[in-house]
Design a protein around this ligand. Structure first.
Ligand SMILES: Cc1cc2nc3c(=O)[nH]c(=O)nc-3n(C[C@H](O)[C@H](O)[C@H](O)COP(=O)(O)OP(=O)(O)OC[C@H]3O[C@@H](n4cnc5c(N)ncnc54)[C@H](O)[C@@H]3O)c2cc1C
Length: 296
């Protein structure tokens, strides 16, 4: 099928894009990399009257490192983040997740903000925002700036806190102390590059004695939104992350999910995947944390 007809405007600045969103209200849609929007339009699942192209706006492509956080513009390409060695050192979980996002070709065009705004429950980057406790910065002509925590951003499948006239401008990712911190991302899909049947991510920080100081763990593709499990993560704090506890946490994580089923995997199988993947990422994150204690 082909997309219904639409007008196209290339925004000159972020203010211009906001002006257009304000002018057309719900009839306009921002287009960044087009990797999700164009297929949705081709299937006529969405029919915007006007596309406002923000892909080339340098204002949305900046990346800055501050004490304790990294701020990336919404239109930064996924591939740019994946290849950024400074960022990989500070936020390895982003690069670990990105290698599962589609294919090199889609990551060459797809943007970080586009993935978050699209909010597919199986998408990798939304899960990373939950694990790291990211903050999403939004801007509109009439409402000005506002910031939303990742926990409040995802409202349902392909449904976020972004209003019709708002643009996601930047994402602020908290950075944990490098020493003693490790992270891991894993998923199961029919083929590499397909959306995950289930995914899991974890980040832990341990002290030189091997005691867990901080932990964050979650799962994707098994509910309407990416899930983080703060209470389960809290159970790990102060422990040596031994395998018995890790398996217990993974089993409870699986029980906390509410997956749907399809021709590839029913709900029980997806829950089983969560129990396996959560245990695996916790073990891998712990290993990475131990290695970092020896190398930093
Ligand atoms: C073959 C294929 C495989 C894929 N596999 C995966 C996968 O495994 N995992 C995965 O996560 N994704 C996958 N994708 C989706 C995709 O590659 C992107 O990760 C992402 O979903 C879209 O980013 P984009 O910049 O192309 O956004 P676009 O397609 O341009 O936009 C997507 C949506 O976000 C909105 N939007 C974009 N930018 C902003 C902004 N700054 N503010 C407000 N709203 C905005 C748009 O209006 C639109 O509704 C796949 C795509 C293809 C074609």
């Amino acid at each position: 099928m082909k997309a219904a007809s639409f007008d196209y405007v290339r925004a000159e600045t972020v203010s211009h894009a906001l002006e257009l969103l304000n002018q057309y209200g719900g009839d306009a849609k921002l287009i960044a990399g087009g990797q999700s929007l164009v297929p949705m339009m081709a299937m006529r699942l969405v029919r915007p009257a006007v596309l406002v192209d923000i892909h080339r706006l340098q204002e949305l492509k900046t990346a800055s490192i501050r004490d304790g956080s990294v701020i990336t513009g919404a239109a930064v390409r996924q591939r740019t983040l994946e290849d950024d060695t400074d960022l990989r050192a500070r936020l390895p979980l982003i690069a670990q997740a990105l290698r599962w996002v589609g294919h090199e070709q889609t990551r060459n065009r797809g943007t970080v903000g586009g993935s978050l705004a699209h909010a597919d429950p199986s998408a990798e980057l939304p899960l990373v925002t939950q694990i790291l406790g990211a903050t999403l910065h939004l801007l509109s002509k009439k409402g000005g700036k506002r910031s939303v925590s990742a926990a409040d951003f995802f409202l349902g499948p392909m449904f976020t806190a972004i209003a019709e006239t708002e643009c996601l401008t930047a994402i602020e990712w908290p950075v944990w102390e490098a020493r003693g911190t490790g992270s891991a991302f894993d998923e199961t899909a029919i083929r590499h590059g397909d959306f995950a049947m289930a995914s899991a991510a974890a980040q832990v920080q341990i002290d030189p004695a091997g005691l867990c100081l901080r932990a964050s763990v979650g799962a994707g593709g098994v509910d309407g939104v990416p899930l983080s499990f703060p209470q389960l993560a809290q159970r790990l704090v102060g422990t040596r992350l031994d395998d018995c506890l890790v398996r217990e946490v993974a089993t409870d994580a699986a029980a906390a999910c509410d997956p749907g089923g399809d021709m590839h995997a029913d709900a029980d199988f997806r829950r089983h995947l969560v129990s396996v993947l959560v245990a695996r990422v916790l073990r891998q994150a712990t290993l990475a944390a131990n290695l970092s204690l020896r190398s930093v």
